[in-house]
Design a protein around this ligand. Structure first.
Ligand code: BYC
Length: 469
């Protein structure tokens, strides 16, 4: 079904023919807009931003580009097309027709997962609220705003499911999405990482590389769900998500490139000398990477999880790209994992969070390879590396076990003492913050980041992507 843009809420779910649902969502809409005004990007409501907006859900030509004032962005409800006769592809219901309604006995589990997913979307907008004030270029400012409006749309995606399929509970949960806030002492966001402040652009690029990539894997696993409206919703969200990770990967790559240019100019790789020239030394980049990677690993939950086993068995949540596996039932399969107590064999169903985390880690390696190629080509021996998944964990078997980034167990005293080598220290953060000066002349870049290889949608890099008015 094509997208109806004439409705108050653009959608391809035939909202016009479901008056009750339409009214409920139109009631939520002004609350969302109030939240956006209060918690969305500061100082942005007058700007004309070169944004892409979804106009279809097919892979080709799904978006159109043009100047939009962000409060006028058409947040809507878009599901990927229905696959005729789709059947459930994993777990105990393997082969049965996919559900068009939530099975009553799985209602609370589905609600919990949809709420958790939905909660991350506005959380990230809140985390990034003030970044526009220190953008390194108009190109980057536009990308930030694009990411922000699409996270807002992803909230709409989950709120639609809650309203359409969970009755009164769902409506209440939709309200709650706007009342929890990132970092709030009383009503924080649900998952840890989404309460971490993102107050500089290096953190933003790390977040879009590492944390949005958790989004990719979680959405892929929900795109396998037996509950068809959830699967279709997530399939379309993944199309939008790809750009967010692109922002992270190219953002970090551009910071590295600028650092290498400075190292060449001054003929030194001394971190202090690099900093004096206004670039971020590779060691600080590594510490930021350590922080966001480890925090994002926690988002997969515990290595051994009865929740994960239940979700898989019941057809709620599959593995990302389930078709890559031969056994989709996993009733008797065993998974080996390393815990602080030694090697353990557990039921594969109980280890689904760990299976996903391992695929995620492999995916994270790709960017590292590219950045390290740049460093190698520039003739330097330093390499960026992912720390061990045992390092600095707060969730799961390795939670609160002191290890170094290589995963060797260390004493608590050594762990605390050496932390400034491993994670951004107060002085690292102060230095990175000192670089965050707003640059808004078309085509100009802040001194700590190289320009992108190309602009948006074939436009030049010096196009005025945001007219600040
Ligand atoms: N922080 O059995 P366990 C994205 C809780 S990112 C705090 O270990 P389970 C995006 C857990 O909720 C993708 N709490 O794990 C990215 C449970 O609590 P309850 C977001 C945590 O349940 C960037 C308890 O610990 N989507 O889209 O198998 C920008 C025991 O849990 C954490 C999803 O996460 C944590 N890190 O799996 C914008 C998908 N980890 O219920 C957007 C939906 C665990 O006992 N969520 N807990 O009170 C899920 O599938 C699962 O809830 C989790 C946890 C994977 C998160």
């Amino acid at each position: 079904m094509s997208i109806d843009y004439t409705s108050k809420i653009p959608n391809n779910v035939d909202l016009a023919n479901d008056r009750t649902l339409q009214r409920a969502l139109e009631h939520w809409q002004p609350r969302f807009l109030d939240w956006w005004k209060e918690m969305g990007p500061v100082d942005s409501s007058n700007a004309d931003v070169y944004l892409r907006t979804a106009i279809g859900v097919d892979a080709e030509g799904w978006a159109s580009y043009g100047e939009v004032k962000m409060p006028d962005y058409r947040w809507g409800i878009f599901l990927a097309d229905r696959i005729p006769d789709r059947t459930i592809g994993f777990g105990d219901h393997m082969g049965e027709p996919a559900w068009q309604q939530v099975p009553g006995e799985l209602r609370s589990q589905f609600r919990r997962i949809i709420v958790t997913q939905g909660d991350t979307e506005p959380a990230s907008v809140e985390q990034q609220q003030r970044l526009g004030l220190t953008c390194p270029s108009l190109y980057d400012l536009r990308n930030l705003f694009q990411v922000n409006v699409e996270e807002g749309r992803h909230l709409w995606a989950m709120v639609y499911l809650l309203h359409a399929h969970f009755g009164r509970d769902g409506r209440e949960e939709a309200e709650e999405m706007l009342s929890r806030h990132s970092g709030d002492a009383d009503k924080p966001r649900i998952l840890g990482t989404f309460n971490e402040p993102i107050s500089d652009w290096l953190s933003f690029f790390m977040f879009t590389y590492f944390t949005d990539r958790d989004g990719k894997f979680q959405l892929k696993s929900l795109a396998e769900s037996g509950f068809d409206p959830l699967a279709r919703t997530c399939r379309f969200m993944l199309t939008e998500e790809a750009h967010h990770m692109f922002v992270g990967e190219t953002g970090i790559g551009r910071v590295v490139r600028r650092t290498l240019e400075v190292m060449k100019e001054i003929g030194s790789d001394d971190p202090e000398a690099v900093r004096r020239q206004g670039a971020v030394d590779l060691q600080t980049i590594q510490r930021y990477l350590n922080f966001w990677f480890t925090s994002s690993l926690d988002l997969f939950g515990s290595e051994v999880s009865s929740n994960a086993a239940g979700s898989f068995a019941n057809g709620i949540k599959g593995r990302p790209d389930e078709t890559q596996y031969e056994d989709h039932v996993c009733a008797d399969a065993i998974y080996e994992l390393e815990t602080p107590q030694g090697r353990e064999s557990v039921s594969l169903r109980n280890a689904m969070n760990e299976v996903m985390r391992q695929s995620y880690i492999r995916d994270c390696e790709m960017g590292l390879k590219r950045w390290n190629n740049q460093i190698q080509r520039a003739g330097h021996d330093v390499r960026l590396a992912l720390p061990s998944p045992k390092f600095r964990r707060s969730i799961g078997a390795w939670a609160n076990v002191p290890t170094d980034p290589a995963g060797n167990t260390v004493t608590r005293e050594e762990y605390d003492r050496r932390m400034p080598e491993w994670l951004p220290s107060e002085s690292d953060r102060a230095f990175v913050h000192s670089l965050m000066q707003r640059v808004v002349e078309p085509g100009k870049m802040a001194g700590w980041i190289a320009p992108p290889d190309r602009g948006i949608n074939s436009l030049p890099v010096d196009y005025e992507y945001v007219k600040l008015n």
